[in-house]
Write a protein that binds this ligand. Sequence first.
Ligand SMILES: C[S@@+](CC[C@H](N)C(=O)[O-])C[C@H]1O[C@@H](n2cnc3c(N)ncnc32)[C@H](O)[C@@H]1O
Length: 348
Amino acid sequence: MTSSEDTCTAQTIKNGDTVILFQGFDSMTFAKMCVRKITDNRFGSFSHDDMIGQVFGTRVYSRAPRPSRGRKRKPGGSLSRSSRGWLSVLHPTPELWTLSLSHRTQILYHTDISLILMYLELKPGSLVVESGTGSGSLSTAIARTIAPFGHLFTFEFNLERVKSARKDFEMNKINDLITVTHRNVCKDGFPDIPSLDSLKTSTQSDAFGDVEMRSGTTTTTPSLESSPVEVEEPNKSGVIDVKLEEKSSVRPSSEPSKSSSEPPSEPLPEPSSEPSSEPSSEPSLEPLSEPSSSEPPKSSSEPLSSSSSAPRVGTVDGIFLDLPNPWLVLPSVFRNLKSTGNLCSFSP
Ligand SMILES: C[S@@+](CC[C@H](N)C(=O)[O-])C[C@H]1O[C@@H](n2cnc3c(N)ncnc32)[C@H](O)[C@@H]1O
């Protein structure tokens, strides 16, 4: 295949592709292309058959008149283009995905995301850790930045969000770059993150001991367990520079700012069954409070190999925290960060 054919194939919408259905900057959704499927919305009925085989960016027209207009068509009269709704079918970039994803939590937008990626100094091939995953808005942007050789380990203690994030990453074909793990990192800390080299030689399940859910309980395989560590003061832990960025973000009016004291206009969906380790309230809406205890987070089990008692050399280039009480995670952060690595924490 020639390079021009390559480019042509990459730009053509295929059955099974995830696309952005763009009707305007304040109105976009996504769809997985499926032969003979129709997507209905307030702009009309859009056949996937009209999209598959077209190039990304194509404008497609509704097969039926816009439902909201209510104007009667003359019997036998043909549908003019002006009486039909339209949309543009776009390639799902992280920026467009952030604006069209299903919100399971409050999310980060690209003004904040660009700052975070810059502070973490991420680049292709970086090894990154994030918690919590939330709706995966930041994770998707990280995946694009570290592709094609890097890896993101993202941790989330809400089981429904873990499952939805895995589904979304698979749909966007970035699941090879991201491992989503169900874990309460404030309680159990981050596990020891393997190096990128060791990832190449193992399958995801044996390298990272992906968490299995059985009847609402969480079992972790040995490689995910953390070793007990002493909490050190930051300067003794090798922190050499701290930057504080204060800013008020402009967010779409449909979503309240994280710092707002008003309740969200629509209640966030609550998962039906939660892991027992998760607090009952929505953590991301709580103001940061003082640490309830100066104790380090307790490891859920003893280290499993004698080598874990040796001083650990961190493997991770960047760690990002977007959760309440981020200081509880610091021991496992310092254990995992490379000496040149960066930690960034979002504080509402
Ligand atoms: C504000 S959301 C993160 C949004 C995400 N950055 C995005 O852009 O989509 C915070 C997430 O952290 C999760 N979380 C809070 N405390 C946690 C903990 N101790 N361990 C793991 N996840 C936690 C919450 O369930 C929530 O989904």
